[in-house]
Design a binder for this molecule. Sequence first.
Ligand code: SF4
Length: 775
Amino acid sequence: MSAAPVASRLWALSQFVLKVHSRCDLACDHCYMYEHADQSWRRRPKAMSLGTLRTAAARIAEHATRHGLRSVRVVIHGGEPLLLGPVVLREMLACLRAVIDPVTTLDLRMQTNGVLLSEAFCDVLAEHHVMVGVSLDGDRAANDLHRRYANGASSYDKVRKALALLRRPEYRRIYAGILCTIDVRADPIAVYEALLAEEPPRLDLLLPHATWDAPPLRPDGDPTPYATWLRRIHDRWTADGRPVPIRMFDSVLSTAVGGPSGGEQLGLDPVDLAVVETDGEWEQGDSLKITFEGGAATGMTVFTHSVDDVAALPELVRRQGGIAQLSAECQACPVVRQCGGGLFAHRFRTGRDFDNPSVFCADLKEFILAMNGSVTLPAVSDADAAESALPDDLIDQIGSGFGDEATLRYLADTQLLIAIDLLSKVSERSGGRHAYAAEGWKVLEWLDEAAPGAAGTVLAHPYVRAWAVRCLLGGETGRDDVGYLNSLAAAAALRAGQGVDLRVPVFAGRLHLPTVGTVHLPSPTTGVAEFSATGSGFTVRAGACVVAVDDLATVGAAWQPARLLETDGLAVLIEDGDPYRDCHQWAPAERISAAEDLRWREHVTRAWRLIRDDAAEYVPGLRLGLRTVAPLVADPGGLMRASTSRDAFGSVASVLAEPAELAVILVHEFQHGKLGALLDLCELLDPSRTERFVIPWRADPRPVEGVLQGTYAHIAVADMWRRRADQSAKARVHYRDYRAWSEAGLDVLRRSGALTAPGARLVDAMARAVAGWAD
Ligand code: SF4
């Protein structure tokens, strides 16, 4: 099965909040449902009927099928969903599973105030694999500021009882985490310690709901009390070694290196969510209820409109628009890519609607800048700031066409951090049928401490990021992509010589263990197998089929060790087993034969010697950065095929070429990898410049990033042929052509008006390299 087309994925929604009960047993005074502008709850039925729920589920299933979504998240919400009682709740959950499970993976969640949570409820929730989030605002003093019954009584003890229940071994697997709304009058460290004591798998710190019409509490006129409050927790959390994921902090860390924000509070992730009210009305994110009466309304219902209709609403389309949909102030902001203007609802001001920065703007800016200063990676948003945070000569080193060891080590290290960050986001999706992937995350965390070299080698494999991106984008592959996390853990355990038991996904009879090898089961099994590492070998059991490998280095009918080629300082995998090597432009070759393997080794070895002898300046970069060469299916007409992937730093895919040509291919394609890694770290191009440019090496006009990539790679190709120019007329012709293209590309880039200051510095360095060549 192929992935759904990118265009169709862009407009798909994958998160749905079902308001199954619109009343609450608490009367928290910061609640957006009852205490803010929108009062539509008053006219709605108290509870969603089973018929309405079934229709909503059918709409979600229809949408998942149409867009090929591999998973959808459905959050059972209220009011307070436990007011339904366990019997009705069970009926509803069974209905959701019955309708949605057959078409996609259903990640079921519930958000509750917890006061009614009992064993009976937990049994129902565990039966249907519902991950439960509980609202608690910290210690007793903080929680009692808002989370009270209508008669003023505290809810604190009952919520703590609920959390104790979720910590019990039989329910621990459905404990999703705690959601805490910030009140700056509360002591942040007391809040943090109280929350940590509940051992949540995850913490969410939410800014209280406010708009420019109803600004947040700012005691004593302090302009940034929320930044101060968050910084105190952040500093303590960092000093503690980040003992629990905190979404807001992880979001800032992720967006600092160009990753997704993973939520709507911060960042530029496209809006991905719709709400169904108890009467079946579709609504936008329900935080919009704080803006004005009907602020979240769509005028659509599950009975009359599909999810596609909702996704096509101008209000939602606008929120897919990245920076362009933000206010002018935000667009000019140095942290715009990390902040994204904050939560959409927090931008509202009567008269200007949402065309404003967040009402928490000053806090967000101060906090994000402070966090950026506390991590080693630069923010990607402000080109100048990013440039100054990078190693001094990074841009010049890359611009020269080569890059010394320190430069390539820096790029490789930052690429590894990006991959790890994406991997942690994939681990958050290990619910439902992927629940077993949580085992892999735990093993990787353990190995990260016990054998960091082994875990690091596996996670630095180029296709780990390609895999993580595939998981986060969704789309049907037929494989259990999230479960592959366990394959990474299994590979790391084998590299570390550690014994572990894990469940691992098998697809079409194959189990791939990155950097270690591929198991080929005798039957084309697809599903989940039992994997046991024994230290020096392993056993895989898939149904009746058992494969035992005692010696990882020995090829067998069922075991193909990774094809590592080590020659003259180069260590590279001839990669013909990784399932995510299909991220290149051309189809990957299937498992190559022993004879083909020998030819690849010979050609890569000779190509490497040619590079070493003719163009030694490229050697440090390739030695440190090039990790895999993936054979491609040959073009039927014999045309050359070679490719790299922005999501697979350190990989080159190619058909088997003669050594002299392969040397040029390796240098050329690896240039794309280096430039892609630099683009991950700093803004070289103005993202608002979307026009296309005519260039001499392509018939079709290219976006400016394509011009930059092409020019950068062509300079290296020209350089390679230049160095051979005295050897053949062919080399001289190639040099002339590629040099002319490089100069034309540099000219287009300089005239494009799309270069940021770092971009201009890079292009200047590239031009200097070309100008330095004697004719
Ligand atoms: S910090 Fe303020 S100006 Fe910057 S993106 Fe966020 S809300 Fe907009």
